[in-house]
Design a binder for this molecule. Structure first.
Ligand code: ADP
Ligand code: MG
Length: 735
C-alpha cells in the first residue's frame, strides 16, 4: 500500500474524515460530562426521526429494505469514465485545483486527476467549508453522472468522499433506503446495521413449511437485501424478483392475510342484534316506491337481509356504479332494522348529499309513519337539541346526517344498523366512531375481552350491523387483500330506461362552441352542470374561479338562468340553489366539486367539466355520473387545456372509452398503483410496502392459503409472524 502523502491539505482532510468517524473519541478530550450529555442527546434525536418513519424496533429496521442500490464496488480510470458519457461512474483522484467561480453563476469548481487524466466537478450549491475540505492534494472518490463539458470530462454535484490512498472499496452494493426528513443514508445505514446485530433472527416459518413453499430462509434473505454481494443478479434485485425479495413479499402478504382473517373471526365472535323482521314497513315501502327494483337490487337486498338476521354484525360493502340505485337498498335495509324494533343511521360525506338523502328517504318513509331525524353541523342550536333528544329517546327511528353524527353527545336509544354512503370518503376512524355509537356492554362475567392466538375473542359487547356503500369499485386483487374482511354485494345493472352517456374530449379554445351547445340544450328544456376547474392549492382561488365562471356564463347566456353552488355557501343557501335546480327553475348550474358525489337531478343531461385534466379518474367518473340519470340522452364534455401530460391524456382517453365504473377503477389502479388508489386514510398503516398486487397475484394466493392453514393448525406461528411484521399496526385492520 503506497504511503500517505503528507501535504498539509491531505492531513487536514484525513483528520476531518477521521473526526466524523470517531466523534465520541474526539469529544472525550473536552470535559466528560458535556460529552456524555451530547452523545445522549444525539442518538435520541435520530431515534425520534426514525420513529417518525415507523422504525422503532430492530425488527422494524431490519425490514426497512432498500429501494435500490448503488454500485460503489468499482473505480474506473477518469479517461475511461470519459467514454461513459451519460451513465454513472465512480472515479478516484487527487484535487489539483479548487476555486469558487462566478460565471455563469456562483459555483464551486474542483478539478481532480488520476494517472489517466483530469475531471471537473461542479457544485452549484455548496458550503464555504467545502473549499477547505476539497483543498489541493486531497484524495477523493466521486460518484456521479459523467458528461462532456467545455473543459473535458465533468460531473455536476457528484457524491464524494474524502479518503486515504488505498482505502478499500466496498465489497457489497450500497443500499439506498427510503429516507425521511433529516435522515441521511449514512445514518440509516448505520441504524440498520446496528439493528442487524440486535435482531432475533428466528425464522417465523417452521422449516418444513418454508421448504415446501420453496422460500429462502429469513436471515439469508434479509442479510442479502441489506448487503448484496458484488456478484448478485442486479437485475433481479431491481425488479424485486430475486428469491430474497420473494421471501420478504410472501412474509408481508402472509402477515396481512393472517391479520385480516383474525379480524374476521373476531367479528364473528361479537354480538349484534338480530334484525329478524321484514314486516309491515318493508312491504309498504316497496309498494310505495315509484319503480320496481331491478333484479340486481333484489339480489343484493336478499344478501343484506340474510346478514341482518344474524346474531353477529354484518360488515358488507355495497358496490354499484353511480346511478345504479344504492339509496333505495339502504332505505330497505333501514326498514328491516325499524321493523325489528331498532334504529338505523345513514351518514353521508357532504351536507348536500345528506340533505338529498334526507328529502328523498323522508318522502318515502314519513308517509308510512316513520319519524326521520336530520343532523348536520349547520343546524341551529335549538334544532340540534331537538334532534339529539329525538335520537336519544328513540322517537327518531332513522337518522340521516353528516360527520356531525359521530360527535359527542349523539346517543341512540337502540342502534341496530349503520349505513355509510360513499364510504371511501371517510377515514377508518370515522367509520369506527359511528359504529361505536351502537356499542352496548352486556354485563357478563368479568367484562374483559380475552383473545388468543386463533383470534377467538370472547366479546361481551354488541355492535350494530354495518352497510358501507361506494360507487368506487374495488378491483378484485385489492378486494382480496385489503378488504378480505368484508362481504361484498354488487349492483351490476342500471335501472331501465337510461341511455348511455356520450363523452367528448374538447380543447379549451373551443369553449365558445360549448357555450352555444349549452344554450341549444337549454332551449330544448334540458339542464346542464358546468363544473369549475379544480384548484387544489387554494380554496380562495377556487372560489374566485367559480364566481368568475358564473359571471362569464351568465353574460354569455343572458336569456338563461344560471345558478352557482360552491362549498363556501351556507348550507341553507346551497340547498336553495339545489332546490331551484331540481325544480327546473334554473338552466345551468355552475358548480365546484361540491356536486361530486351522489347528487341526483334526473332532468340534467349535459355535463361540462372545465380543465378536466386536473381531476382524478374516479372524480371524473363521479362528476359524469350526475347526468345520465333520466331518459334523455346525456352528454359529457371534458374541456382540457393543451398540452396534455401523459397521465392526464390516459385519464381522458379512459373517460372517453368507457362509462363502466369497474373498468375505470381498474385503469385507475394501473395508472396510480394501489397505494395511492386506496389512500392512506383508507388502508390505515397496512399498505403493502414490498408486494405488488399486479405482479405478485400468485403470491397473494399462496399467502392466503398458508394463512388459513396456520390459523387452523399452528397458532404460535401466527403470533410470532404477526409480532414481527405488524407489531402495533394490527389495530388498523380491525375496523
Ligand atoms: P347511486 O347508486 O348512485 O347512489 P341512487 O340511489 O341515487 O344511485 O339512484 C339513482 C336514481 O335512480 C334515483 O333517482 C333513484 O330514485 C332511481 N332508481 C333507483 N332504483 C331504481 C329502479 N329500480 N328503477 C328506476 N329508477 C330507480
Ligand atoms: Mg348514492
Amino acid at each position: 500500500m503506497p504511503a500517505l502523502k503528507s501535504t498539509p491539505a491531505a492531513k487536514s482532510a484525513a483528520k476531518s474524515d477521521a473526526a466524523t468517524a470517531a466523534a465520541p473519541a474526539a469529544v472525550k478530550a473536552k470535559g466528560k460530562a458535556k460529552a456524555a450529555a451530547k452523545t445522549a442527546a444525539r442518538p435520541n434525536k435520530v431515534a425520534d426521526k426514525l420513529a417518525r418513519l415507523g422504525l422503532k424496533t430492530p425488527a422494524d429496521l431490519a425490514l426497512h429494505l432498500p429501494m435500490r442500490y448503488e454500485d460503489e464496488t468499482q473505480v474506473v480510470p477518469i479517461a475511461e469514465a470519459g467514454f461513459m458519457g451519460g451513465s454513472v461512474a465512480q472515479v478516484e483522484g487527487v484535487v489539483t485545483s479548487c476555486d469558487v467561480q462566478f460565471r455563469p453563476r456562483r459555483q464551486l469548481v474542483v478539478t481532480i486527476a488520476d494517472d489517466s487524466g483530469p475531471l471537473v466537478m461542479r457544485f452549484l450549491n455548496f458550503y464555504g467549508s467545502q473549499t477547505k475540505q476539497l483543498a489541493e492534494g486531497t484524495r477523493i472518490r466521486a460518484r456521479g453522472e459523467v458528461r462532456h463539458g467545455f473543459f473535458g470530462v465533468e460531473m455536476v454535484h457528484p457524491a464524494y468522499k474524502v479518503i486515504n490512498e488505498g482505502a478499500p472499496l466496498p465489497t457489497a452494493l450500497t443500499p439506498v433506503y427510503p429516507a425521511g426528513e433529516g435522515l441521511s443514508q449514512t445514518i440509516l445505514r448505520k441504524a440498520v446495521n446496528d439493528a442487524l446485530f440486535q435482531l432475533d433472527w428466528h425464522d417465523t416459518l417452521p422449516e418444513s413449511l418454508r421448504a415446501s413453499l420453496g422460500l429462502m430462509p429469513f436471515e439469508q434473505a434479509v442479510r442479502l437485501l441489506h448487503n448484496p454481494p458484488a456478484d448478485v443478479d442486479e437485475r433481479a434485485l431491481e425488479e424485486r424478483s430475486h428469491p430474497a425479495w420473494i421471501r420478504m413479499k410472501f412474509d408481508e402478504l402472509l402477515a396481512q392475510q393472517l391479520s385480516l382473517k383474525r379480524a374476521q373471526l373476531a367479528r364473528r365472535n361479537k354480538g349484534a342484534p338480530p334484525l329478524t323482521v321484514n314486516g309491515d314497513l318493508s312491504s309498504r315501502l316497496l309498494q310505495a316506491l315509484p319503480f320496481q327494483l331491478t333484479p340486481a337490487q333484489r339480489r343484493v337486498l336478499d344478501e343484506i337481509r340474510a346478514d341482518l338476521r344474524q346474531p353477529y354484525p354484518m360488515q358488507r360493502l355495497l358496490q354499484g356504479d353511480v346511478g345504479s340505485g344504492k339509496t333505495v337498498v339502504a332505505a330497505l335495509a333501514a326498514a328491516q332494522a325499524i321493523d325489528s324494533g331498532y334504529q338505523a343511521v345513514l351518514m353521508a360525506p357532504t351536507e348536500i348529499l345528506a340533505e338529498q338523502h334526507f328529502h328523498k328517504i323522508a318522502a318515502w318513509l314519513e308517509p308510512l309513519g316513520v319519524p326521520v331525524a336530520w343532523l348536520t353541523g349547520s343546524l341551529k342550536k335549538k334544532e340540534k337539541l331537538e334532534a339529539l333528544a329525538d335520537i336519544a329517546s328513540g322517537h327518531a327511528r332513522l337518522v340521516i346526517g353528516t360527520h356531525a353524527l359521530i360527535q359527542e353527545g349523539v346517543e341512540f336509544e337502540a342502534l341496530g344498523l349503520v349505513v355509510v354512503d360513499e364510504q371511501h370518503r371517510f377515514g377508518v376512524g370515522q367509520r369506527l366512531a359511528l359504529r361505536n355509537k351502537g356499542l352496548t356492554d352486556v354485563p357478563a362475567g368479568d367484562g374483559t375481552n380475552a383473545e388468543n392466538g386463533q383470534g377467538n375473542v370472547a366479546d361481551t359487547a354488541t355492535v350494530p350491523h354495518q352497510l358501507m356503500m361506494s360507487a368506487t369499485p374495488i378491483p378484485r386483487t385489492l378486494a382480496m387483500t385489503y378488504y378480505a374482511d368484508l362481504e361484498v354485494s354488487v349492483i351490476d345493472q342500471l335501472p331501465p330506461g337510461r341511455t348511455p352517456i356520450v363523452t367528448r374530449v374538447v380543447d379549451q379554445n373551443r369553449r365558445e362552441e360549448v357555450i352555444t351547445r349549452v344554450h341549444a340544450a337549454a332551449l330544448e328544456g334540458r339542464q346542464a352542470y358546468w363544473v369549475c376547474p379544480l384548484i387544489e392549492e387554494s380554496e380562495a382561488l377556487q372560489l374566485q374561479t367559480a364566481t368568475d365562471t358564473h359571471a362569464a356564463l351568465q353574460a354569455a347566456l343572458p336569456d338563461l338562468r344560471v345558478g352557482l353552488v360552491h362549498g363556501r355557501l351556507k348550507p341553507a343557501e346551497k340547498q336553495a340553489v339545489m332546490d331551484a335546480f331540481i325544480r327546473g327553475e334554473m338552466h345551468v348550474l355552475v358548480a365546484t366539486t361540491v356536486i361530486e358525489v351522489g347528487v341526483d337531478v334526473p332532468n340534467a343531461s349535459l355535463m361540462v367539466i372545465e380543465h378536466a385534466e386536473r381531476f382524478g379518474l374516479s372524480q371524473l367518473h363521479q362528476l359524469r355520473g350526475r347526468v345520465g340519470r333520466g331518459a334523455a340522452a346525456s352528454v359529457c364534455l371534458l374541456l382540457y387545456q393543451a398540452p396534455l401530460g401523459h397521465v392526464a391524456k390516459q385519464r381522458l382517453m379512459t373517460m372517453r372509452e368507457t362509462t363502466d365504473g369497474f373498468e375505470i377503477a381498474r385503469r385507475d389502479l394501473e395508472i396510480r398503483g394501489p397505494g395511492e388508489f386506496l389512500g392512506a386514510r383508507q388502508s390505515g398503516q397496512a399498505l403493502l410496502r414490498f408486494a405488488d398486487l399486479e405482479t405478485d397475484q400468485w403470491l397473494v394466493e399462496k399467502a392466503r392459503d398458508t394463512a388459513a392453514m396456520l390459523l387452523q393448525n399452528d397458532p404460535p406461528t401466527v403470533t410470532r409472524h404477526l409480532a414481527r411484521w405488524l407489531g402495533d399496526k394490527e389495530e388498523f385492520l380491525k375496523v
